[in-house]
Design a protein around this ligand. Sequence first.
Ligand code: NAD
Length: 442
Amino acid sequence: MGTGYVGLVSGTCFAETGNDVLCVDIDPKKVEMLQGGKIPIYEPGLSELVERNAAQERLRFTTDVTAGVEHGEIIFCAVGTPPDKSFKADVSAVRAVSEAFGKYLKGYKILVNKSTVPVGTGALSKSIIEQQLAKRGNPAGDEFDIVSNPEFLREGAAVNDTMKPERIVIGSESERAQELMTQLYKPFLRYNMPVLHTNIESAELIKYASNSFLATKISFINEIAGFCELTGANIVDVARGMGADSRIGRRFLHAGIGYGGSCFPKDIGALINSGKEKGYSFRILEAVEQVNDRQKKEVFEKLLERIPKLEDKTIAVLGLAFKPKTDDMRDAPSIKIIKKLQAEGAKVRVFDPVAMKNAVHYLANTNLTYAKNAYEATENADALLLLTEWDAFRNIDRQRIKSTMVGNLLIDGRNIFDPVEMKSIGFDYISIGRDTSQQNPA
Ligand code: NAD
């Protein structure tokens, strides 16, 4: 249930290991595309897998929720849980799936929640299903169990992450459900990764705590980067030195314009909110959010320091997606930054290798041009902002870009270029936590 980034990848990978999978989504356009062999999202390696499994009839798509519940023994809930106005996770789609599950359940089935949901949602699903069963009297004695099986895939590496997960978390108190889940995951276990059996609440919290910890690493290194700018230290060296310590680890220590995307902002917000509901305050996470907001504002402030009046200035933006290798624009830092540029009257010219189609839904068209490549975006620009570290930008012809720009300001929000080299080309180069006299060993 739910054929988005998580549902489509999970369903496809379960089909790849020999299961008969029916993917259900209430979005008829999405289902129609999938039935026609088209993949609605950009995810490396996914289309070949979908094509193969669909051709071998192990993977099908439908909008028919009833058929979805009737199909198979294990029903995954992979619907969206977006933030509501107060940043609380909106679990209405999970409620809808639970209701449908209770309504159409026959025999014994398990409802497995893969969506990221607040602690207590498993219990909520259980009570919704029980209500549905009570409503229809349940003459056949249909039975069910609830499992929490949070998803840890990363967009851009989702197929690999699903086929070779680092851990599998199965939250359930039912031995019967645990056995079914273990059987389903057996083909993925050959890499000796840990399978953790927990209660439902712990499984639900593992997901939020993991994302919160990763976001904390990002805000931590960004805070250190701010101090580097005042002291002459180089954040790339500092992060490298810290990351060599296996207790710290080098990942998620890249200073930049902060985290975004469909998971971190919403999950950190939702956990803070869950805490508030119980009278508990997540002080570290509140600071993590503040630092993250500041990172985006700082890019803009750095731009205003150099170009105080942006009206009618042409600003090129390279990279729109919240990270490379995805077309996902949900909560991408680029959205806030571009909206601010537009509010100041700047003409914005953007290029992203895959996210431009999605970006249209998030950005107003006023003063915004979608370029066909990075060179077109930067031609005659007064300043260039690099917001996503796509590989395609790393070895871009910097000389060519500089020579066709009107201005020379380059704000590198992801620290992908060498400050010394950029300065020698003639850029007024600004990055995060490094000054321009420092070599970039990144
Ligand atoms: P998505 O928006 O891409 O997909 C959700 C899909 O559910 C949509 O296609 C929507 O039409 C469908 N849907 C909504 N209500 C439905 C219903 N009642 N029945 C059937 N389908 C319904 O979302 P996503 O990125 O796949 O995320 C799904 C969940 O997984 C979220 O809770 C998210 O936090 C979590 N998650 C996402 C990622 C990620 O990288 N995207 C990683 C781990 C966990």
